[in-house]
Design a protein around this ligand. Sequence first.
Ligand SMILES: [Zn+2]
Length: 169
Amino acid sequence: MKTLKYLQGYPTHLTDQVEQLINKDQLAPLLLKRYPQTHDIKTEKALYDYVINIKNQYLKKSAPISKVAYDNKINVIHHALGLHSFVSRVQGGKLKAKHEIRVASVFKKGPEAFLRMIVVHELAHLREKEHNKAFYQLCCHMEPNYHQLEFDMRLYLTQLDKFGEIYQG
Ligand SMILES: [Zn+2]
């Protein structure tokens, strides 16, 4: 079973452990134990407020965000879990920059920790376009547990893909 598509790029000692969890039917129990609660950020207004709150805490001086949305067209398989788009256009003789953040709608449901990880990732792109060292330092500044959360979020996507939902509502 070398098909852990959400965990590509992780070392084999980790992916081997994940395969063992799957073989022993322990993936869902582990996720539910670690993340028993789901969040309540269901509307675009709630998501917008959530994102702005984190931005104001850590990136107050970065460019404003014009739109935040859940997007069911984001294909989580092909790398993207959220999207950050930067549109600049000339309006009334001035260059206006518009930042939009879109979060894959799979994260509308489930633990807040995974939503937070995605939001932190997309917010970090306000400063760093590339996935470089500075980018991940900024992610970890906003969320010290960033790398663990990203790994666990990928475990969650693996669970959803192979076995289905584990959270109600
Ligand atoms: Zn990115």
